[in-house]
Write a protein that binds this ligand. Sequence first.
Ligand code: F0G
Length: 454
Amino acid sequence: MERRWKTIIEPFKIKAVEPLGFTTREERENILREAGYNVFAIPADKVLIDLLTDSGTSAMSAEQWACLMRGDESYAGARSFYRFEKAVRDLTGYRHVLPVHQGRAAERILMGVTGGPDKVFLSNSHFDTTRANVESTGAQALDLPVAGALDFAVPAPFKGDMDVRALEANIRELGAGRVPMIIMTLTNNSLGGQPASMKNLREVSEVARHYKIPLILDVARFAENAFFIKLREAGYASRPVAEIAREMFSYGDGCMMSAKKDALVNIGGFLALNHDDWVRRAREVLILGEGFPTYGGLAGRDLEAMARGLEEVLDEQYLTYRLRSIEYLGEGLRKAGVPIVEPPGGHAVYVDARRFLPHIPREQFPAQALVCELYLTAGVRSVEIGSLMFGPEARMELVRLAIPRRVYTQSHVDFLIEVFADLTRRAGGVRGLRLLESTPSLRHFTARLTPQPA
Ligand code: F0G
């Protein structure tokens, strides 16, 4: 398209539609009470706009739906596996490709093979399931985000970077033998969906190579990260995004992917590695828990759809629309006076509940209180990233508004902005919450809460 138009449009038309879940305020009050003030327990058809996650919620393309019919469901050596394996190899350059049913299966397998007591995993930030899978082996997960990553009000182009000095200092202090791998999460989901720069990836890989520690990329949102590099990093503006993505992968020794994000599918994932010994052991675990290595817990049709999604996601019209639509929501919220993590991320806008609801102390879960208020007000479902998710040592109280890919249109986003403008005026009246019951790990999924008395 010529550059003269300033309106960036959704680069698709809609072929199948689903109704939204309209409810009354009274219904929502009952639903929320029954759900124990935990939005994971709300039936999805009682949600108007669902921003709980961008994971597994993408709309597939007509071509991906056609892929489902082309799926080869042979137990071993399915044609769909070879197509999938080629797509992953062409993209990543890694030798061995193991399909898994979703990202955390790749984590469980890889951490199982490499973790153990006394080991320490170093990352720009471990996603919560990654951390849980590290810790379940008895190992420790240490986050080393770049300085400024937690200054949510201050924008910077690459707040997903790793602190390279801290990385090297930790390796020296621990001894390289205790560090099974360095993990770069692209984009950095736990700290605002922020991208890492190519420069940072290159520097981290130099450290990794120097100490002979494998660098593993968590690439759930690799295409968004690559497009941020194209938009923001000197020297990349005229490079095709697919080439930028391949350069990113070239600095790693392998990757884990939740395909439920940037492979534009509803289920799937993979582990791709160069390390022969890890792969040998990972395959054994894969067979035990996921399935034979040419399907890994998925149907042949899922492998076809993933292969196609990995290509579609690198379409620059799509990525232009994708990052612009998140930025548009960020601009609207900022204008409405809502404190957000600056700049908006690649898959979500994160609201800083500590600043939005300063009257609610952190023991009363300010971010979860905002999640509940948003649902009560307009049936919008979001997710807490704060004390409920991480416990008392949480370094943030954020509400993530994750945008499913190719699902909502601009008027849905305009509606959200209007809802937040209303919330801004009533913020002082929002009450905190008290925890009634929870589990020790990943407690945000199952916790039950109750509002503080007025
Ligand atoms: N890594 C990152 C960066 C993620 O964001 C996720 C999932 C995973 C790994 C695990 O993948 O869900 O397929 O098992 N993130 C989802 C979210 C759940 O809502 O952000 P999975």
